[in-house]
Design a protein around this ligand. Structure first.
Ligand code: GDP
Ligand code: MG
Length: 313
């Protein structure tokens, strides 16, 4: 049986192998991924973002359980700022999610932010595609807030969850505006702690400032205590109603079109960049132009045009 057929059947080992080969940039794997792409677009991708320690992993773990109760299959991608890829998730995350490891309906992978040479967002997209092709209904992508990693999860997610915790009230104003804008659902986790009302109030005030059209999604606020599995079902319901909204409003199609466009542009840019680099390296061409620049025989713009013209031919 071909690798792709195995993956389409949800074979975990085949999927893991392809992911490893992609990490090693094996040309065959890239080809494989191209055929995988044709079988994607069914999964609902949920981004779970928030600062270190707000409870993202705990929440994802709790969400897995409630989604599984509804018989939905789950893929999880944990983008971890420190741990190496093959070493897996941070030990804590690993142990916590271990209880799902025997469940065939759950597939968990972690991605280190280091070691991808700038290709982290591409790696994340590839993983999402593979899990999608495996038939996972929901794909949860856990990552620390924008800015700390290269991956802007709000760009790959259909539904973006931003987690805050009590005591962060004053920090709302300071948070990355983009992150706040991109949230479809705000979760106030650790609702067992003091300061919930204040945070909720501040969030509401912030949301009131933006006028929402009647046919627009106004971000929901959900209170959770992930560690006690409280509020998790409501969160799942909110995710599912956001999905319904996206579908019925036509917003899903719009977002996905935008995403595919970005993916295409990125692919064009990176392959052009690679080719131009190959071309420039030939016959010390680049070095000669650099010498011309140093000696002020040429200017950077005209030198660049020379390279580009040469490449176009
Ligand atoms: N009190 C309280 N602690 C929580 C809650 N959810 C998570 N935690 C704890 O917060 C810490 C960080 O959780 P973790 O899921 O690793 O956060 P992450 O860095 O965002 O993934 C852990 O010690 C959790 O047990 C909660 O609802 N209430
Ligand atoms: Mg975590």
């Amino acid at each position: 049986m071909k690798l792709i057929d195995k993956i389409l059947e949800g074979d975990v080992r085949a999927a893991a192998r392809l992911m490893r080969d992609i990490e090693d940039s094996a040309p065959a794997a890239i080809k494989e991924l191209e055929s995988i792409y044709l079988h994607t677009g069914r999964a609902h991708v949920v981004g779970v973002t928030g600062a270190q320690g707000v409870g993202k992993s705990t929440l994802v773990d709790a969400l897995i359980s409630v989604f599984r109760k509804e018989n939905m299959t789950i893929g999880v991608i944990a983008i971890d700022p420190t741990s190496p890829f093959t070493g897996g998730a941070l030990l804590g995350d690993r142990v916590r999610m271990q209880r799902h490891s025997l469940d065939k309906g759950v597939f968990i992978r972690s991605l280190a932010t280091r070691g991808w040479g700038g290709g982290l967002s591409k790696a994340t997209t590839s993983m999402i595609h593979i899990m999608d092709a495996m038939g996972k209904n929901i794909i949860l992508v856990e990552t620390v807030g924008a800015g700390q990693t290269e991956v802007d999860v709000t760009k790959v997610a259909d539904t973006s969850i931003v987690i805050l915790t009590p005591g962060m009230g004053d920090e709302i104003q300071m948070m990355k505006a983009g992150l706040m804008e991109a949230a479809d659902i705000f979760v106030i986790n650790k609702a067992d702690k003091e300061g919930v009302d204040n945070l909720q109030h501040q969030l509401k005030v912030m949301l009131e400032m933006k006028p929402y059209l009647p046919n627009e999604w106004k971000p929901s606020i959900v209170l959770t205590e992930a560690v006690y599995s409280k509020g998790i079902e409501e969160l799942m319901e909110t995710v599912l109603s956001h999905r319904e909204f996206l579908i019925s409003s036509g917003e899903l199609e719009k977002r996905r079109k935008q995403r595919v466009k970005l993916e295409l542009i990125e692919a064009v840019e990176s392959s052009l960049k690679n080719r131009i680099h190959q071309q420039m390296d030939k016959g010390h061409y680049l070095e000669r132009l650099v010498d011309d620049l140093v000696q002020r025989k040429a200017n950077p713009h005209s030198a660049a045009m020379k390279i580009i013209n040469r490449f176009v031919k």
